[in-house]
Design a binder for this molecule. Structure first.
Ligand SMILES: C[S@@+](CC[C@H](N)C(=O)[O-])C[C@H]1O[C@@H](n2cnc3c(N)ncnc32)[C@H](O)[C@@H]1O
Length: 253
């Protein structure tokens, strides 16, 4: 198990300075072409533990993926999780279905996957993850995507994932978390901002990005996530990684 670096392609080297200049009225965050162009740099420098979580999804794939089944990467962006799964899947007859509703993300994702030499087939699907069918799944990863789904739609989405998972199948959910009481939330937010400063983001970039994500990224508490997962019928659920206010949970059917 190694904490290797992401592949360094021309795509992944573009520096994120989208929020570096004063923007006046900050627009709501969107996964558009400008974000696509800087996305690998943005997510690496914004989410503590990101690469560790992605890499370890590959380890979960090695363990949980079943022969002749499907894996789903929900909110695949540029395919980082799909690449990690692909690297570790040796099981037979497996297909990865990678889904995103941003055409710009999927177009770039196709280029990234084209450069990859792993052989597990990947189907790229441009769709809302709330609308797709999930079937014969042994592993579903939803890394940093549920937080962008309207809260009232989250239960139905998880129920659909549960229904589409085979017995013994695994769901990975990685999210930004909210904490209670507010003083604890404040502490973990400040630690996160300190992490971002250490990654080279200025206070202006941090505050404009935060404004941009307001009402777009809706975090929930760990308890809310676990309660929802258990209400769907999953046998077990637990966080397996946390750094500041970011965590990854694993749930087994
Ligand atoms: C933070 S990124 C996910 C990062 C990616 N999973 C990774 O680990 O590199 C969130 C992604 O979810 C996608 N997304 C947001 N809402 C979606 C929806 N309702 N259906 C499909 N994709 C969605 C966005 O376009 C974006 O690419």
């Amino acid at each position: 198990m190694t904490d290797h670096k992401p592949p360094q392609t021309a795509v992944s080297l573009q520096h994120d300075n989208l929020f570096a200049s004063p923007l006046g009225k900050v627009p709501g965050f969107a996964f558009d072409q400008a974000v696509v162009d800087v996305f690998p740099d943005m997510i690496q420098r914004s989410v503590p533990g990101y690469q560790t979580i992605i890499n370890l999804c590959g380890e979960l794939a090695a363990r949980f993926v079943q022969d002749d089944s499907n894996c789903y990467d929900l909110g695949c962006s540029l395919g980082a999780s799909t690449l990690a799964l692909r690297k570790q899947i040796t099981q037979r007859g497996v297909k990865i279905v990678a889904v995103d509703n941003s055409a710009a993300m999927l177009e770039r994702c196709a280029t990234v996957l084209h450069e990859d030499t792993a052989t597990t087939p990947v189907e790229l699907v441009e769709a809302d993850i709330c609308d797709i069918e999930i079937s014969n799944a042994s592993l579903v990863v939803m890394n940093f995507t549920l937080q962008f789904i309207a809260t009232e739609k989250r239960q139905a989405l998880l129920e659909k994932i549960y229904a589409g998972l085979n017995p013994g199948g695994c769901l990975v959910i990685s999210e930004k978390l909210l904490f209670e009481p507010e003083s604890l939330n404040q502490l973990l937010s400040e630690l996160h901002h300190q992490f971002k400063r250490a990654q080279g983001y200025s206070d202006l970039e941090i505050s404009q990005k935060r404004d941009s994500l307001e009402n777009v990224l809706i975090p929930e508490t760990l308890e809310t996530h676990i309660k929802r997962i258990r209400a769907c019928g999953f046998n077990s659920a637990s966080p397996w990684f946390q750094c500041f206010n970011f965590a990854s949970l694993v749930a087994i059917k």
